[in-house]
Ligand binder design. Structure first.
Ligand SMILES: Cc1cc2nc3c(=O)[nH]c(=O)nc-3n(C[C@H](O)[C@H](O)[C@H](O)COP(=O)(O)O)c2cc1C
Ligand code: SF4
Ligand code: FES
Length: 548
């Protein structure tokens, strides 16, 4: 029996305890030992199962704080540690990793939807003044694929979205054979934008061809990488493009149900997507008979609970099924054995939003954008450390230097020592490497991870020791705990760095990071040590200067 079969066996007929725990914590705060026993009895589950889920998710620890202070990398570089420490003294607040406003760090979220950008402690005592949702948007590509409607200021309502072309690809596509859509994506050369850059057509075909009584489409809106915010902006500014992409995927693979998984740090994205889904349903664009035809498909939203690893596709499946968000062994891949053991496409939000645009433009025209190994365009996110922060859509093939110096205008302050590309699983890239073309092939040759396309500026004056400790803290906090090298290794690396300044011995730490990277089960443990290692390689003298 597969691990999934065992989960299903244990839980058959019992339902998930997770929604009840979410409700409970929201109203009463963290349950006591007696209350955990009662919850286990009511749900016919072993007490250990309830405790396992409770202890995993950050959002289930304690009562929901009225203030969430971002401690993601971009905000950390903008002084979030001091802000958080100062506020914790007299306010009910907790730390989160990235609120999706890295272009305006440091950031805090008050209540459900008031975002405070360039945040100072005194702002928290002032009257509400929520920040504009959309960052600056630019397009350097010959053809805007992803940013067409964002450049208009966003099209969250169905009327405005339809006026700007959304759902125009759908009617044509529903007249074609499902396999034709997959062939078009293959010709277009579309690759997933969530980080691994896997062929979208190959994934859809594997799902369509796998045996299963049911199939699912999951849009991954977890966007955990501090430094990336395009998925938030798409969900808030162009929600119908994501819905249309999900419907097209459902039709192509034979799924009737779609789930959009959105991180809880994005409450406005949750609200916008829920309202867009309701509008689409009312207009007959979702439901049992899409556009009056035979194909039926519907979408629901599931919110995350404060776990970075839940963005990994198999951990995400566990979270939706109500378990700890631990990574599953692969194979089987989700396309073959995914949600509830059924064939499931898991695609990033940006990948899905591209699909209608590709079909509308035509696969061959799309393939002419970009390079041979990476066709089309990519949204890059520039944090507050650039002179022109925000989102820039570029054609693959542009160099990193052009993005940093021309699109981003270089540093907003001191000269840049390096740029972090691709978040905590990405790469620290020095100026002498900036001529690399942004393209999966060329970047892989130089061992640079593009990830989801977040760029965080690292100016000369960066406290690299503090940055290293920040990543060690992030890794310790976010490890899903399934495998020993990552779970214990991240804890040990944190202890070494948090000890007396300079006492962590460089070679011990280097060896430990190498062991974690080599021995870990998933890309989290394999890749997070890499930028840490690069920081030590490039700036070790400044980090360990006090070691004798
Ligand atoms: C630790 C970890 C976190 C991840 N977080 C995300 C995420 O937040 N969003 C996302 O789309 N993909 C994330 N991924 C990649 C997903 O596992 C998966 O490859 C992706 O959703 C597939 O979509 P795509 O083919 O459209 O890229 C993560 C992977 C790992 C290992
Ligand atoms: S590497 Fe880390 S995140 Fe990945 S499975 Fe192991 S413990 Fe979990
Ligand atoms: S908003 Fe703080 S790191 Fe993204």
């Amino acid at each position: 029996m597969t691990h999934l079969g065992r989960y299903a066996e244990i839980h058959r007929g019992r339902g998930s305890v997770l929604p009840r725990l979410q409700d409970f914590v929201r109203t009463h705060g963290e349950p006591t030992a007696e209350q955990i026993k009662a919850l286990a009895r009511e749900n016919a589950l072993p007490e250990s199962q309830v405790r396992a889920v409770l202890s995993y998710y950050a959002d289930l620890h304690g009562r929901a704080a009225s203030l969430r202070v971002c401690r993601g990398t971009s905000c950390e570089l903008a002084g979030a540690a001091g802000l958080h420490d100062g506020l914790s003294a007299d306010l009910d607040c907790r730390a989160v990793y990235c609120l999706g406003y890295c272009d305006r760090s440091p950031v805090a979220l008050r209540g459900e939807d008031e975002v405070l950008v360039h945040c100072r402690a005194e702002d928290l005592r002032a009257a509400p003044n929520p920040a504009p949702r959309l960052p600056a948007i630019r397009c350097l590509a010959r053809e805007p694929i992803l940013t067409r409607r964002l450049l208009l200021g966003g099209c969250a309502t169905l009327e405005s979205a339809r006026g700007a072309g959304v759902y125009s690809a759908l009617a044509n596509a529903l007249r074609a054979r499902p396999a034709d859509i997959i062939t078009a994506l293959e010709r277009a050369g579309e690759r997933g934008r969530g980080g691994a850059a896997y062929s979208t057509a190959a994934k859809w075909r594997a799902c369509a061809e796998a045996p299963g009584a049911k199939r699912y489409v999951i849009a991954n809106g977890d966007e955990g990488d501090p430094g990336s915010f395009i998925d938030r902006v798409l969900m808030e500014g162009d929600p119908h493009a994501i819905i249309e992409g999900m419907i097209l995927c459902g039709y192509a693979v034979g799924a009737r149900e779609g789930i959009l998984f959105i991180r809880s740090e994005y409450p406005a994205a949750v609200a916008t997507m829920e309202s867009a889904i309701a509008d689409a349903r009312e207009a007959g664009l979702l439901g049992p008979s899409i556009l009056g035809g035979e194909f039926g498909f519907d979408v629901s939203v599931v919110t995350g609970m404060g776990s970075y690893v839940c963005g990994e596709e198999t951990a995400l499946l566990n979270a939706i099924e109500g378990f700890r968000g631990e990574v599953r062994l692969r194979p089987p891949y989700p396309a073959v054995e995914g949600l509830h053991g059924m064939p499931t496409v898991v695609n990033n939000v940006e990948t899905l939003a591209n699909v209608p645009a590709i079909l509308a433009l035509g696969a061959d025209a799309y393939a002419r954008l970009g390079t041979a190994s990476s066709s089309g365009t990519k949204a890059l996110c520039l944090n507050h450390g650039f002179a022109r922060p925000g989102i820039v859509e570029v054609e693959f093939g542009i160099t990193l230097r052009e993005v940093i110096e021309e699109a981003g205008g270089g540093s907003s302050g001191e000269q840049l020592a390096a740029v972090l590309v691709g978040g905590p699983m990405g790469s620290v890239v020095l100026p002498d490497q900036w001529d690399v073309p942004i393209c999966y092939g060329a970047m892989a040759e130089r061992d640079i991870q593009l990830g989801h396309g977040g760029l965080v500026a690292l100016p000369e004056g960066t406290d690299f020791r503090a940055l290293l400790l920040h990543w060690a803290t992030f890794m310790r906090d976010e490890s899903c705990g399934k495998c020993v090298p990552c779970r214990l290794g991240s804890k040990r690396a944190h202890e070494m760095l948090a000890a007396e300044p300079g006492r962590a011995l460089r070679s011990d730490l280097e060896r430990l990071l190498d062991v974690i990277a080599e021995g870990s089960l998933c890309a989290f443990g394999q890749l997070v040590p890499k930028p840490m290692r690069q920081l030590i390689d490039h700036f070790g003298d400044r980090i360990f200067e006090r070691v004798r």
